[in-house]
Design a protein around this ligand. Sequence first.
Ligand code: ATP
Ligand code: MG
Ligand code: FE
Length: 338
Amino acid sequence: AVILAIETSCDETSAAVIRGGKEILSNVVSSQIEIHERFGGVVPEIASRKHVESITLIIEQAVKESGLALKDISAIAVTQGPGLVGALLVGIVAAKSMAMALEIPLIGTHHIAGHIYANELVHDIVYPSLALVVSGGHTELVLLEREGVFQIIGRTRDDAVGEAYDKVARALRLPYPGGPHIDKLAAEAEEAISLPRAWLEADSFDFSFSGLKSAVLAVINQTRMKRLELNEAALARGFQESVTEVLVTKSLRAVRQYGVKQLLLCGGVAANRGLRAALTDHCASAEVSLLIPPNSLCTDNAAMIGAAAHLKLKRKQFSDLDLKGDPGLSLEQWSVSY
Ligand code: ATP
Ligand code: MG
Ligand code: FE
């Protein structure tokens, strides 16, 4: 079966054609980063308008690059949530009109299920599996007892990892999005400024990054006030080490507790070199296989939405044509039914 998938939840307009839930026939992504860069973050009104301007072209291009015709498409998938409500709406309207015109099913898809199932486009997921989702808006440990069934066993209580990276970068006056810049600075550092780690309760798989962020801002303010030179690289490395140690330790504890053989890393922060290296080491010692999609499938794209939607297509669990965008859509409730 062939799915045409659409993703417009944030600042990427994307369309993809996926065969059999695994094979990417096309995956066209148009990023608005340059437009939002000068505001230091995504401006929702502008994001929606840009999606409207490009969506038709992006879909046409995805179909063209797939080498297939519209009649070959079996279903339309679209991100239903979470995301910016106005941005989601643009994708949903386009998806509905195509589903209606082509008289094929519509599949409203969860954005984070997409990030997780990006792994299925390049690897084979073995159940039970555990996903570490680290993105701009989410930091979650998700247990998959079986295919398409999601259970969140840990989540951030305040900032998402990507958000913390972006805020720290902003305080260091680095360009948006700041994650890659902090990553690069940290790699160049010769030493690390020691910063706190938020472990929370001993048995908790939850995360908290706002205390760490405040600690970083305090260091920056103090050095500026005392007119001292700030060792930015050492600060970036200290921040990255704190984030990485907590993510890795909690993920591996969850791996042992739930007896899974596989850890799936996903979301935009999966591109982080410090995190990849630490997870690679620890998973090797624990004899757990670590799956990471290529960077192009870690950041927002429609191919991952097609991969997640395939779970529902296989079971003929379709959405109604009055589907609405839902900024707070629950991952667990989106699970497939058996
Ligand atoms: P969500 O999926 O939660 O709705 P999003 O789609 O906006 O959020 P992604 O596109 O998955 O988020 O990821 C973007 C985030 O990843 C940004 O915060 C960015 O700074 C961060 N990021 C990208 N590369 C790196 C890196 N090398 N190191 C750390 N963070 C990074
Ligand atoms: Mg984005
Ligand atoms: Fe995302």
